[in-house]
Ligand binder design. Sequence first.
Ligand code: AMP
Length: 513
Amino acid sequence: MTIDLPVDSILQRTMSSASSLPLIQRALKQGDRLAIIDGVGRFRYTDLLTAADRITGYLLKSQPDLGEARVAFMVPPSLEYAAVQWGIWQAGGVAVPLCPSHPLPEIEHIIRDTKAEVVVSHPDYASLLRSLSRGLKVRFLLTSEVSKAKKCPVPEITLDRRAMILYTSGTTSKPKGVVTTHRNILAQITSLIEAWEWTADDHVLHVLPLHHTHGIVNVLLCALWAGAACEMLPQFDAKAVWSRFVHSDLTLFMAVPTIYIKLIAAWEKATREEQQVLSNACSKMRLMVSGSAALPAAVFERWKAISGHTLLERYGMTEIGMALSNPLHGERRPGFVGVPLPGVAVRLVDESARTLEDEGQAGEIQVRGPHVFLEYMGQPEATARAFRKDWFSTGDEAVVDKGSYRILGRRSVDIIKTGGDKVSALEIEEVLRNHPTIQECAVVGVKDQEWGERVCAAVILRPNDSLSLGSLRNWAKERLAKPKVPAQLLLLDELPRNVMGKVNKLKLRKLFE
Ligand code: AMP
């Protein structure tokens, strides 16, 4: 016999006034502590939760649960950004952050690819997103209208439900939507909280884009999980960052290598007295982290001289969050990304997928653990191809030396097969950066009838310098094995980079082809 329960009583059992999500549960306990400082003001955890409740009410209307509907949103770095993200999660939706500086076709692709049902926009982006949403027949909401919404009961969200979709940087292949669950995000956060010893006394400066795992998980969500304060700048600006270093009570800073390069350039332009003030300001902080691309050894050294900080370099990717990190306490070696983070299993495999047991052998990094993503959006074959049983194949090559990993680069673009040898573009770039005329460089392999691939170097020269291929080759032959010596040189004013500062090697390769 089956008993038909009234729908209302079933709903009452699965709905409650406060979200079951651990991140929100923790925030409820933080009360009046400072959560976010943005261009508008200083906001407490209670302010964040109230703002998130309004978004939830606005999204749900009379529905009990968004049921993993995708909600794309474009909001600048601010309290409002976090409120929209949490509002979507409380309502049972999947958060899809959009990057304001992406070209329109890319934004449209994300809305279409995720089959987003709602687009939430800050008024600054309304003209762009309103007509796009109308064309795609997607519900359009403005954050400025949300204040009218009321708090409403929220559904219970189990940790295995989908939470977020981030698009890969697309610098080595077509961008794919990386779907993570609440459990994945929780594992990514707690691993970093433990490794880098985040506490409620931390105060982090946020200068990274908020459509990428680095800015979302490593900085914003770790800060909010810890009950710490997150100070957000609208975008990266070297002068503004130095000013915050001097005037804020920061304890943490996390950035990509290009940001450290720009901060060094700004420091070098300052007067002696100013430099002293800037350097002293860094000594107040407890940790500075670099990641998302290889940190050049010269930048590691220069930053140490300027700030007194030995940058902690870590390795991760959208699909896995962070996997490897130099130690918080202990030696941080330039050029190395350290050891597996808590809860993360890492191994290297050869081309026949055999695990490499010995140090010194180069192989592909595979990663396993609760932080690894669920699937690529709408691409079951690509998802299946990316896994060997439960090990995710990162597509990055590395080698281990004295227990610490050194990244050799992405298999698809950085591992160059030339005349039967396999060489690492990252290793060649590191050497070329020491040439007296070279300011910046990037190396790619380009198809070649004779060699399979030839090593090609794109170079930005220091002001008023010149360089010929012949003289570069003569210089390089004394420092690099023969197959690694560039066969082609291209002088550029700028390297093609994405908003994370990462060189787009597919675009660069086309310049040589
Ligand atoms: P994304 O998914 O945009 O974060 O890009 C992830 C990719 O960035 C990785 O697969 C690596 O190729 C690269 N990457 C991240 N961190 C590092 C690092 N510390 N050194 C070298 N490459 C890195």
